[in-house]
Design a protein around this ligand. Structure first.
Ligand code: NAD
Ligand code: UFG
Length: 336
């Protein structure tokens, strides 16, 4: 099966390509490299002994996409490409709507021209906003987003829902990721944020390796077990396997399919600091700071639907997430 992977050189896309190659699927990557390094391709080849096709280009470039669909016999598309930094999205809303929403519209238009109607979209738990209760199920309300990044994901979801309603031959799968962390256990691939990391795990990893002095913990007065924010951290390889399960179980089934991809377990910021400290043998310096605007107290997934309908369940523990992140970070202190 030939699967076009937009954003396949990025963090989640690259791990998904490795898992796909190992499962006998053929990824064809397009990426404009705005947040990725071409070295990723060498690492994928090293791990799988296969070098996927990589075409440098932008998902908003309709002529480029038309040429890709004309050249390759694509069965399905996984659409990872997009911008993802919450804070930056507040400062640059037009860039985020253009990249994430317009990019998705151009992609689906080109898919339709090429007669390709199977799409898996990278959505996010951010579409649930501040949840009324946890665990969050796929039926819970969406749309009360708090920043342009989250709104862009919600807008794409709505566009795709309307598309499948109007043209029922499409198979559209919305995968709502919780908090992807971890790295390939080889230590050859992982998350390589440019500049100061926005997210917790890469920040902790850079403190452990000596690139940053200390972690700021945003809030210790939430209604949680230790006062710090609770999230559902999921190993990036489990997430990658969730995409393969989605392609195999529902990718050829017309209709709209929505799944949470999480573990169903919540961990606090302090849980993650302690787990990382254990994994790395380093103490992680931190200071308690005020809450970060827009953050919620707790968020974790109900995983029942994915388990029931995809036969997929996350397998890897927080211990593996932190150990694999540390192996990647300590072997590649400056990233790729
Ligand atoms: P990433 O930045 O590592 O990967 C995205 C890739 O897309 C990058 O390689 C980038 O160069 C590429 N790209 C961006 N805009 C493009 C464009 N217009 N044309 C072509 N390529 C483009 O991010 P990631 O963590 O791998 O996230 C992948 C997807 O999952 C994104 O859509 C993101 O919003 C979504 N997501 C991520 C998280 C997370 O915490 N990492 C959580 C929920 C959802
Ligand atoms: N945190 C800190 N210090 C930091 C970074 C984070 O204390 O330096 C805390 C946050 O306050 C939060 C937790 O660590 O309690 C996790 O924060 P992240 O920034 O790692 O993740 P978020 O849950 O805020 O957001 C992530 C992605 C979003 C996505 C969302 C839901 O960044 O894109 O998960 O999938 F929408």
């Amino acid at each position: 099966m030939n699967v076009l992977i937009t954003g396949g050189m990025g963090y989640i896309g690259s791990h998904t390509c490795v898992e796909m190659l190992e499962a006998g699927l053929t990824p064809i990557i397009i990426d404009n490299l705005c947040n990725a390094r071409s070295e990723v391709l060498n690492r994928i080849e090293h791990l799988t002994q296969q070098r996927p096709v990589f075409l440098e280009g932008d998902v908003r470039d309709e002529a480029f996409l038309d040429s890709v669909f004309a050249q390759y016999d694509i069965d399905s598309v996984i659409h990872f490409a997009g911008l993802k930094a919450v804070g930056e999205s507040v400062r640059k809303p037009l860039e985020y709507y253009d990249n994430n929403v317009n990019g998705s519209l151009v992609l689906t238009r080109c898919m339709r021209k090429a007669g390709v109607t199977s799409l898996v979209f990278s959505s996010s738990a951010t579409v649930y906003g501040d949840p009324q209760s946890v665990p969050i199920t796929e039926q819970d309300p969406t749309g009360a987003t708090t920043n342009p990044y989250g709104t862009s994901k919600y807008m794409v979801e709505r566009c795709l829902m309307d598309l499948v309603h109007a043209e029922p031959e499409w198979s559209i799968t919305l995968l709502r990721y919780f908090n992807p962390v971890g790295a390939h256990p080889s230590g050859l691939m992982g998350e390589d944020p440019q500049g100061t990391p926005n997210n917790l795990m890469p920040f902790i990893a850079q403190v452990a390796v000596g690139r940053r002095e200390k972690l700021s913990i945003f809030g210790d007065d939430y209604q949680t077990k230790d006062g710090t924010g609770v999230r559902d951290y999921i190993h990036v390889l489990d997430l990658a396997d969730g995409h393969i399960a989605a392609l195999q179980q529902v990718g050829a089934k017309p209709g709209l399919h929505i799944f949470n991809l999480g573990t169903g377990q919540g961990s606090s910021v302090l849980d993650m600091v302690n787990a990382f400290s254990q994994a790395s043998g380093k103490s992680i310096a931190y200071e308690l700071c005020p809450r970060r605007p827009g953050d919620i107290a707790k968020c974790w997934a109900s995983t029942d639907k994915a388990q029931r309908e995809l036969g997929w369940k996350a397998k890897r523990s927080v211990t593996e997430m932190t150990a694999d992140t540390w192996r990647w970070q300590s072997n590649n202190p400056q990233g790729y």
